[in-house]
Design a protein around this ligand. Structure first.
Ligand SMILES: *Cc1c(COP(=O)(O)O)cnc(C)c1O
Length: 472
């Protein structure tokens, strides 16, 4: 493709993206496709001869788009948001346009130095103490894996002669699945992962953590790694860092804080108290690709002791030695991969193009709208709020009078299936204390109060319509 053709198609694609952003609500949020349907429309082998960009784009429209779930649709209220925004998209385009690899300072000094600077901006904007140094990873799963690996090596360095099978790790029963996965991938014995019970607010019970640590020590294990979650995935529980921190400190346990979703709300001073005690954390993950308008992927990992963190990842073959080594940040020592995309660029674009004030207003708006919908649900006698709202997250169920718990579960299963099949709204099913619950998570660049009205109308309408299927 020559640059004239690149220019022609490139302009067309920008126009297409702008139209998509404007018209995203005209699509059903979830595609109506069966497994294999998209693949069947694609040839079994790559073409031997060139195809025109016009043909390729036509197939993108006709084959790919019908199989897309519209994460940017304002009524996408499933999982957690994966918010994109115009400045982030432009940053992505430029990052791939210059096609650089920021594996170390020398391979593009600006990639490293912009990342250093922007992550320090975000640290300050989030009220995090000095001494937290940031690195962008692809996902929170990777960030937590890196923390687990660092925690493992930190414990092994403190206990010469000990082997990895002796290490124990901790997370709450509500911790994300990536925590247990990280512990396994870091080479710890999965049997030495303790899932600590939570209290009625879904926060880890500190005394239960203390007991688990004591029991492990009594059987000759070495407590090494603990994950506290700020904003658990299902219901938005917040672990108490002020209580958990000192327990971890007493045994030199690497405390990692998973704030993948809720961490973006740290830019709001009025919510910051949920991170009190953060000074005990040795690492912290926040995903701007969830709630800070920065297109997937952009997960920020902050670490306090850079030397202790990078030790696990540092290997220095001849071909990677550079004259500036030691004087600069070489991010290849801060994670698993060598090659690194220029992810800081889109975050820089977002922070500058919105400004912190607008970012705060967006997140405040999401929280207010979630609380508004939760309040409407709570005040309707046929509905019941089951959890929250915590920030922009809550769960509820339809509870018409006279139905058994079992029937209510079946009815709410049918209700969420109907809502999700409608293509008009997308929600996630969870269970809360054995009850089927419908989880609502809000956060879209274009989410507005009329979307909340629409969601509430749909919920009530489908609740009525599915009632027939729930004969007691
Ligand atoms: C979403 C989420 C994760 C996983 O994030 P990825 O970036 O998709 O790996 C981990 N922890 C919590 C609390 C989350 O909400």
């Amino acid at each position: 493709m020559d640059s004239a053709e690149f220019r022609r198609v490139g302009h067309q694609i920008i126009d297409w993206i702008a139209d998509y952003m404007d018209d995203v609500e005209s699509w059903p949020i979830r595609p109506r496709v069966k497994p294999g349907e998209i693949m069947d429309k694609l040839p079994e082998a790559a073409p031997e001869t060139p195809e025109s960009m016009d043909d390729i784009l036509r197939d993108f429209q006709d084959i790919v788009m019908p199989g897309i779930t519209h994460w940017q649709h304002p009524l996408f209220m499933a999982y957690f948001p994966g918010i994109s925004s115009p400045p982030a998209v432009l940053g992505e385009i430029l990052a791939s346009g210059i096609g650089v690899n920021g594996m170390m300072w020398e391979t593009s000094p600006a990639v490293t130095e912009l990342e250093n600077r922007v992550l320090d901006w975000l640290r300050k904007a989030s009220g995090l103490p000095e001494g937290f140094h940031g690195v962008i990873q692809d996902t929170a799963s990777t960030s937590t894996l890196c923390a687990a690996i660092a925690g493992r090596d930190h414990a092994l360095a403190r206990n010469p002669g000990a082997d990895v099978t002796k290490l124990a790790a901790y997370g709450s029963a509500e911790a994300h699945s990536s925590v247990e996965k990280a512990v396994r991938l870091a080479g710890l014995d999965p049997r030495n992962f303790r899932s600590i019970p939570v209290d009625e607010t879904f926060a880890m019970r500190p005394e239960a953590l203390r007991e688990a640590i004591a029991a492990d020590k009594a059987r000759g294990l070495i407590p090494a790694f603990c994950v506290a979650t700020l904003g658990t995935t299902a219901v938005g529980g917040f672990d108490d860092l002020k209580a958990i921190g000192p327990i971890c400190d007493a045994d030199h346990i690497w405390l990692h804080v998973d704030a993948a979703w809720a961490g973006s709300a740290l830019i709001l001073p009025e919510y910051r108290a949920f991170a009190d005690g953060i000074e005990h954390a040795r690492s912290l993950v926040v995903n701007p690709h969830k709630w800070l308008m920065t297109t997937l992927d952009c997960s920020v990992l902050y670490v306090r002791d850079v030397a202790a963190f990078t030790r696990a990842f540092t290997i220095l073959p001849e071909y990677l030695k550079t004259p500036e080594r030691g004087k600069v940040t070489d991010y290849r020592d801060w994670g698993i991969a060598l090659g690194r995309r220029f992810r800081a660029l889109k975050l820089w674009f977002v922070l500058r193009s919105y400004g912190l004030e607008n970012l705060r207003d967006l997140i405040r708006g999401h929280i207010a709208m979630a609380q508004d919908l939760a309040a409407r649900i709570a005040s309707d006698p046929d509905f019941e709020l089951l959890t929250g709202p915590r920030l922009a997250l809550f769960s509820f169920r339809h509870r018409p009078p006279g139905l058994s718990e079992e029937t209510l579960n079946r009815h709410n299963d049918a209700l969420i299936a109907a809502l999700n099949q409608s293509g008009e709204v997308y929600l996630t099913r969870i269970t809360v204390g054995g009850r089927t619950a419908i989880r609502v998570s809000m956060g879209q660049v274009r989410l507005a109060p009329h979307h909340v009205d629409r969601a509430w109308t749909l919920i009530r309408k489908m609740a009525r319509e599915t009632m027939g299927q729930a004969a007691p």
